[in-house]
Write a protein that binds this ligand. Structure first.
Ligand SMILES: [Fe+2]
Ligand SMILES: [Fe+2]
Ligand SMILES: [Fe+2]
Length: 372
């Protein structure tokens, strides 16, 4: 994890005491280790956010808030993935309702973190209040339902978690998360697990934030952008400054190409198919270009937080612009998907649109994971 990140998430004893008392007083433990670890981490992140939002407004505190929210997005991706796999595995009868709840939470996050929308601590306080209410209710009511189902049906979840832990590709536990959980639960069994498969991480984000629009050519481009994010975040966490720099430059180039190729396709389609929010949407696209330029400048000025900044920007973009604005566009275009695909393919053949073959290949790879 980056220097700044570790600094922020470093256990602070007072906050840890608060976490412990929330944990114990509410009887939060489901006695399902990885799920419990995830729940402690979520409460922990919310406490961090709360703490930060109580400080006076400053560019520094906004940067820190962005970082914690970025962690929160990672966490939610990971947690919902594991929990939903578990509910599938155990054939929990209320899985569908549970999934609807999760999507609701994701929507709450997406709605609130539209690019640079949160800029005052007042807004963030309201946001935290909503998240906290949701979380506590969800763990105590909804998650307890599956715990009781497991007990009643005598379902042993250990084989599921053993498989998950052994197969290091499908679960991710950071050192900070493992240590915090061990301290809170009085355990010493949880250890760090690092994921290695980029495609799995991309798919997790794709699924948790429901990024699919069901317009293949557009989905392929959005998926590519998620891949850029995953690679960038990994390079940042690797502590290898040369690697970090290589990925920074590569990602900036990728994003510039993305902005040129993808926005042209989206904007042409919106115009061609009469999307009423065309102007508003186009203005949003400009913000993407603005943050790339801004981070590029920061890089030249050797600003240390630039690596973290670009990850936050990109993540906010995906779960606000793609998950909300692009989705609204897709809802409007729903009945014309076939015509849109034909339109894109004609323009691509005439070299007016560019869709890179590697983007298509990656999209097909992810589609296969969805079908599994
Ligand atoms: Fe849940
Ligand atoms: Fe898009
Ligand atoms: Fe867009």
């Amino acid at each position: 994890m980056q220097r700044l990140n570790t600094q922020i998430l470093e256990p602070q004893s007072k906050m840890e005491e608060t976490l412990r008392s929330i944990w114990e007083e509410n009887n939060f433990a489901l006695d399902i280790p990885i799920i419990d670890l995830h729940h402690t981490w979520l409460v922990w992140l919310l406490l961090q956010l709360e703490n930060e939002s109580n400080k006076p407004d400053s560019p520094e505190s906004i940067e820190k808030i962005d970082t914690i929210i970025s962690e929160l997005v990672n966490f939610v991706t990971e947690h919902f993935w594991v929990e939903e796999c578990l509910l599938d595995y155990t054939e929990f009868p209320q899985t569908k309702q549970h999934l609807i709840q999760h999507r609701g939470f994701v929507e709450e996050i997406s709605q609130n973190i539209s690019y640079r929308q949160i800029n005052s601590n007042e807004q963030i306080s309201e946001f935290i209040r909503i998240l906290k209410d949701w979380l506590i209710k969800h763990i105590l009511v909804e998650d307890t339902k599956y715990k009781e189902f497991f007990l009643k049906e005598r379902i042993d979840t250990r084989p599921f978690f053993d498989d998950l832990m052994k197969n290091q590709k499908s679960v991710l536990i950071s050192k900070d998360q493992a240590n915090l959980f061990n301290r809170i639960s009085g355990n010493d069994t949880m250890t760090e697990v690092i994921s290695r498969d980029i495609a799995v991480d991309v798919y997790k984000i794709w699924k948790a934030y429901s990024l699919g629009l069901y317009i293949p050519s557009i989905d392929a481009e959005h998926l590519w952008l998620v891949k850029v994010l995953v690679e960038l975040e990994r390079a940042n966490k690797s502590y290898d400054s040369r690697n970090r720099d290589i990925f920074f430059k590569k990602s900036i180039l990728d994003m510039i190409n993305y902005a040129r190729d993808h926005f042209l396709i989206e904007e042409t389609i919106m115009k061609e198919f009469g999307y009423p929010e065309y102007n508003k949407h186009m203005n949003e696209h400009r913000k993407f270009i603005e943050f790339i330029n801004f981070r590029n400048l920061q890089k030249k000025e050797k600003v240390l937080t630039v690596y973290l900044g670009i990850v936050n920007d990109l993540k906010q973009w995906l779960i606000s612009h793609v998950a909300i604005e692009d989705k609204q566009m897709a809802v409007f275009l729903r009945d014309s998907v076939k015509e849109i695909e034909e339109f894109i393919s004609i323009k691509t053949n005439k070299n007016i649109f560019t869709i890179k073959p590697e983007h298509k290949r990656f999209y097909i790879q992810i589609l296969k994971m969805v079908e599994r």
